[in-house]
Design a protein around this ligand. Structure first.
Ligand SMILES: [Zn+2]
Length: 150
């Protein structure tokens, strides 16, 4: 493992982040499970006999019932957990420096340090301005970059 060892306080902090992310995920899944259950009970009251499903099938239903927003959130959590696992979590993707713990507390899914984020936002603003000036002359090819910024 060639990567430099994290300090023990950083390790402690990352362990805390991991617990927090796992709790967040569990909470979302539990809420979805709850919503799924009450929906099924509602169906049962109406006399539908579809409640007796195999648990495997029920699990599928739970993931089916997840809204896009919750799915995106779980995706972000899984992604962060994966990065915690391979040691890239909390390291800025742009400059490679450790992201401040305060920032990670506030934005646990961030991939950029404060400086790089600000640079990016400034760049996006400049880009938007020049695109406005170009107006109708915008090329179709630029929509891909637009999607990444939203
Ligand atoms: Zn950075």
């Amino acid at each position: 493992m060639p990567k430099k060892p994290a300090s023990s306080s950083r390790k402690k902090f990352l362990a805390k982040v991991r617990r927090r992310l796992e709790e967040m995920k569990e909470k979302i899944l539990a809420e979805m499970d709850q919503a799924n259950r009450s929906e099924r009970e509602g169906l049962k009251d109406e006399g539908m006999d579809t409640y007796d499903l195999a648990s495997e099938e029920r699990d599928r239903e739970i993931s089916f019932i997840l809204s896009d927003r919750e799915r995106a959130k779980i995706g972000a959590i899984d992604d962060a957990l994966e990065r915690l696992g391979d040691g890239t979590y909390g390291v800025c993707e742009s400059c490679g420096l450790e992201i401040g713990e305060e920032r990670l507390e506030a934005l646990p899914f961030t991939r950029l340090c404060r400086d790089c984020q600000q640079d990016l936002e400034r760049e996006a603003r400049t880009q938007r301005r020049s695109e406005d000036e170009r107006g109708v002359y915008r090329k179709f090819g630029s929509t891909e970059a637009d999607e990444e910024n939203t």
